[in-house]
Design a protein around this ligand. Structure first.
Ligand SMILES: Cc1cc2nc3c(=O)[nH]c(=O)nc-3n(C[C@H](O)[C@H](O)[C@H](O)COP(=O)(O)OP(=O)(O)OC[C@H]3O[C@@H](n4cnc5c(N)ncnc54)[C@H](O)[C@@H]3O)c2cc1C
Length: 454
């Protein structure tokens, strides 16, 4: 239950230290959206003893990274991967009670395109692990491996900072990366990291990711595959943490309007209207744009968000008989519709369950779900000799999975011209593409804006 309009919404701040300097009133921030950004903001505020209220329109938490139950099997709305360099996400998961070693299957950086290409990082100090991985990559000529290593060394020299942004493809071609090298290595990395075709993707954002992952320590470049679903991994634990720290999470409670008032902000929700000292709007970009579009001082930001375009991610889950297993937990295909397949038996103890992932726009969007399933099954048969038919399948098409991370994309800051309305979400300005780490970092930043008023 939340308080009625005009009364001070519970929970009450626990002590005078939570009084805001600027407004001489208690801090009782509200957060719109219980995805990774919103819940990170909420935990950061709660950790400072600030009572928060999270409004989430869906029945469950997690947003674009949420658990989905299908055929009595726990799935996600899409297979996600974390990298070792996602420090803020991993730290917050631990802060709310997670255990990284138990929650994830940790794999050394390894990119394998079945029968075509293999890059594997050994456990050596940086940057030796990367140079060794590039120079020993299978499926490329020695000249191509040297070119790839040279490219990374050049980027290190310029500290992964370009004088101006251009497309990832233009950057790679300018550095003499061959067609095969781009197709087998850089394109799969770019699409996995930015979910944007390589000819459109921002080279600068790709370099930011390479800087923190491939160019970081061996641990930074590791890949972490979750053993539990994405609602359970962080948002549900964060909600429990909030319950113990004077906060509350209201699911099935969509916010319909944000109305700035003198020294407070009113939220009109599906359950009633309530007053808060601050609001962090951490809804998905299109909804954030709509919510702030009615506030004259925020129309420009709303238009900026509306100009963002999106990229899809399709995940095809195939439940095969339990004895079916892949040669490794994660495997890529070259020149196929299917880009990556994940063996959920090896990752999450779900034998026979395979997740096939197709990221970014492409010809797969011309197929309906049944045709797509048939295509993926056919590719698994041709590539790996899996002749059995799956017992059931499920396609999850996230049409607006991420923003299209294009050259010179203009993204809004967390702060707005209205001091007590702050934005959070993977789409806000930052070094990263639309990722969990980008979402978490934005949530922490938004919370710190509010904490700085104490
Ligand atoms: C299929 C798929 C695969 C992905 N793979 C990866 C990956 O491998 N690695 C990676 O790092 N990232 C990946 N991502 C991206 C990552 O999931 C997102 O960047 C991240 O989850 C975004 O979090 P967010 O909190 O910013 O936004 P969202 O998750 O969109 O959260 C917004 C929340 O606001 C709620 N909401 C909306 N409107 C209202 C309202 N009016 N009132 C109240 N609540 C509202 C929504 O229900 C939602 O819960 C993937 C995304 C998808 C879809």
């Amino acid at each position: 239950m939340v308080a009625e309009l005009g009364t001070t919404p519970p929970p009450q701040p626990s002590h005078e230290g939570r009084r805001s300097n600027c407004e001489s009133q208690f801090l009782n921030p509200a957060i719109i959206g219980g995805g990774y950004a919103g819940m990170s903001a909420a935990v950061t505020l709660a950790a400072q003893g600030i009572p928060v209220t999270v409004f989430e329109s869906a029945k469950q938490l997690g947003g674009r990274a949420r658990g989905v139950l299908q055929n009595n099997t726990q799935l996600d709305n899409g297979q996600h991967i974390l990298l070792g360099c996602y420090r803020q996400t991993l730290k917050l998961i631990e802060h709310v009670g997670g255990n990284i070693e138990q929650d994830f299957l940790r794999l050394p950086l390894q990119l394998t395109l079945h029968h075509c290409f293999e890059l594997k990082a050994p456990n050596l100090p940086a940057p030796l692990h990367l140079l060794f991985a590039l120079l020993s990559a299978k499926g490329l000529s020695l000249a191509e491996r040297i070119k790839a290593a040279r490219f990374m060394l050049t980027m290190r020299r310029i500290k992964f900072k370009l004088p101006y942004d251009l497309s990832a493809l233009e950057l790679l071609q300018a550095h003499h990366q061959s067609e095969d090298l781009i197709r087998l290595m850089w394109e799969p990395i770019c699409i996995s990291a930015l979910n944007t075709p390589i000819n459109k993707a921002s080279a600068q954002i790709l370099l930011n990711v390479l800087r923190d992952s491939l160019n970081g320590s061996f641990a930074d470049s590791e890949m972490l595959l979750p053993r539990i679903d994405f609602s359970a991994l962080f948002p549900d634990r964060a909600a429990e943490y909030l319950a113990k720290h004077n906060g509350k999470v209201l699911t099935s409670s969509g916010v319909e309007a944000i109305i700035p008032r003198e020294n407070s902000v009113e939220l009109v929700t599906t359950q009633g209207a309530y007053q808060f000292s601050h609001v962090i709007c951490a809804a998905s970009p299109a909804i954030s744009a709509r919510l702030i579009s009615t506030i004259p001082a925020l129309v420009t930001i709303s238009n900026q968000i509306d100009a963002i375009t999106y990229q899809p991610i399709y995940t095809v889950y195939l439940q095969y008989p339990a004895h079916i297993a892949l040669p490794q937990a994660m495997l890529g295909f070259d020149r196929c519709f299917t880009q990556w397949i994940f063996d959920k038996g090896q990752i999450a103890d779900q034998p026979g369950l395979i997740a096939a992932v197709i990221s970014a726009e492409g010809r797969h969007q011309e197929l309906d779900h049944d045709q797509l399933v048939k295509k993926v099954i056919q590719e698994l048969r041709e590539q790996l000799g899996i002749v059995e038919e799956p017992l059931w399948h499920q396609v999850i098409a996230e049409k607006r999975a991420t923003f299209s991370c294009e050259v010179n994309l203009s993204r809004p800051a967390n702060t707005t011209p209205i001091g007590n309305i702050v934005l959070a979400g993977d789409f806000t300005a930052g070094d990263y593409p639309a990722t969990l780490e980008g979402a978490v970092m934005s949530g922490i930043k938004a919370a710190k804006e509010i904490i700085s008023t104490i």
